[in-house]
Design a protein around this ligand. Structure first.
Ligand code: ZN
Length: 459
């Protein structure tokens, strides 16, 4: 068995790992590199393997940094089978089509910029809608948690609930090669236990090797209860000052979880029923519908009781751009949730432009913000930031609430690792350098590797 790392190696995005075993080539995830502009080139580079040679692509979950290069893989000749859970399949379709649309827009923007500078360049998108639709044809069997799938003689895969977003999984691969059994579990992204919509991560009992994420390998989250309190206080503070609340959110999971807590806040009279809530993201609106369709993948009690966990009074779903722009007329008493979560693009930018300079408003960050992103600049205390080409002073209240993270913290990562017996080697991926180094020191003594991009190991 061999494993090589073609993304999220010393980095938090672009997850893509290749396992070669029992004569088959199995890719686990094929995500997009995200963050700064230059990454377009990084995404366009060769994968580090021949797409046509891949037999299976197992998808841990539908976040863009895990599924965002699947259409490119398909465009470049992949002919294998994609296997994932039913919920991940629905979400990945949404995410990949959205990404294709953004890639096409981005290409048009580059073409216009080239034309302005007198160059006659045509800018090819990384992939387009046709490629994203084409890649959906490769989605084959659906995986159920803890039900082992036979990929080929002597090669099995089992999906275990990762508790990170709807449908997310850690994937255990087991192979028999010349009478020798080897196994590796790839964590995918691991969730934060005790959240209202998802189950806790469910690690496999044993594995020879672990590939695990370390996004928060150096941090502990604050308890969820106090995070919910902080959220309510921050919202009430802004309302008392006469301002709005902007919550940059990723469309999957966090948006639904915040909706859940806003509804709870109103139900328990800790938030005013008169507040307006805007879910200003077509993708988050669609993701919320997918959530309702997949009670099997979440803690279903609310859905099974016939209650809508996301039914906040005063909720406006704004799919159309004109409705999104109209929100700018609301100067106070509104909670505006818009993408994307790291404020690197999307509708949240115009809400930030209209509210960051207002001391009465509040911006609440509820997720991870990678280095180099606008969200990170604001969190790190920038006094002025560039938003949609304008310098905007930061006068609004800024609040970062870590407890809503969809990622396990250091203690949870360690507990997940400790639950798996027989581990000889641990590969740390999907983390910034400091988080990985800190986490490596916390692990029990064993072989620990922090792979470089395209590095290969024998297992
Ligand atoms: Zn994720």
């Amino acid at each position: 068995m061999k494993i090589s790392f073609h993304g999220a190696a010393g980095d938090v995005t672009g997850s893509c790992h290749l396992v070669e075993a029992a004569g088959r080539r199995v890719l686990v995830d094929c995500g997009l590199f995200q963050g700064s502009r230059e990454l377009h080139e990084e995404n366009a580079e060769a994968f580090g393997f021949e797409p046509r040679s891949i037999d299976f692509l197992l998808l841990t979950h539908a976040h863009l940094d895990h599924c965002g290069r699947i259409p490119l893989l398909s465009k470049r000749g992949f002919l294998g089978e994609v296997i994932t859970t039913a919920a991940s399949r629905d979400l990945a379709r949404l995410v990949m089509l959205d990404s294709a649309h953004l890639q096409e827009e981005e290409a048009r923007r580059r073409e216009r910029a080239a034309a302005r500078s007198g160059a006659d360049e045509s800018a090819e998108p990384l992939y387009g809608t046709v490629d994203a639709l084409g890649s959906l044809d490769h989605f084959g069997r659906t995986a159920e948690y803890r039900k082992t799938l036979e990929l080929a003689p002597g090669l099995r895969a089992t999906f275990h609930d990762a508790g990170h977003i709807l449908g997310s999984a850690s994937i255990l691969l087991e192979a028999e090669e010349s009478g020798r059994q080897r196994s590796v579990v790839l964590s995918g992204d691991l969730g934060n236990a005790g959240r209202p919509l998802l189950r806790a991560p469910d690690p496999p009992a044993t594995a020879d090797a672990i590939v695990m994420e370390t996004t928060y390998g150096d941090r502990l989250h604050r308890p969820l209860d106090s995070s919910v309190n902080e959220l309510y206080q921050a919202i009430m503070g802004a309302f008392e000052r006469g301002g709005n609340v902007i919550i940059p959110t990723f469309a999957l999971e966090r948006a639904q979880e915040i909706l859940f807590y806003l509804r709870e806040g109103v139900d328990t009279k800790r938030l005013p029923a008169s507040m307006s809530v805007f879910l200003d993201s077509p993708m988050a609106i669609s993701a919320t519908e997918i959530f309702r369709r997949h009670p099997e993948a979440c803690i279903a009690s609310l859905l099974q009781e016939g209650k809508d966990p996301f039914a906040v009074p005063g909720l406006h779903l704004t799919r159309e751009r004109a409705d999104s722009v109209a929100i700018n007329q609301t100067h106070g008493g509104a909670v505006i949730m818009a993408g994307n979560g790291m404020a690197t693009g999307g509708r949240v930018l115009h809400h930030l432009k209209h509210n960051l300079w207002r001391p009465e408003s509040e911006v609440i960050f509820v997720g991870f913000a990678a280095k180099g992103t606008l969200a990170r600049q604001i969190i790190d205390g920038a006094k002025r930031v560039q938003v949609l080409g304008e310098q905007i002073p930061v006068r609004a209240g800024i609040c970062t609430i870590g407890g809503f993270s969809a990622h396990a913290d250091q203690a949870e990562l360690l507990a997940w690792h400790a639950a798996i017996k027989g581990v000889q080697t641990t590969f740390l991926v999907h983390g910034e350098g400091k988080a990985m180094a800190t986490f490596a020191r916390k692990l029990p003594p064993s072989r620990i590797e922090i792979p470089l991009l395209h590095q290969q190991f024998n297992l």
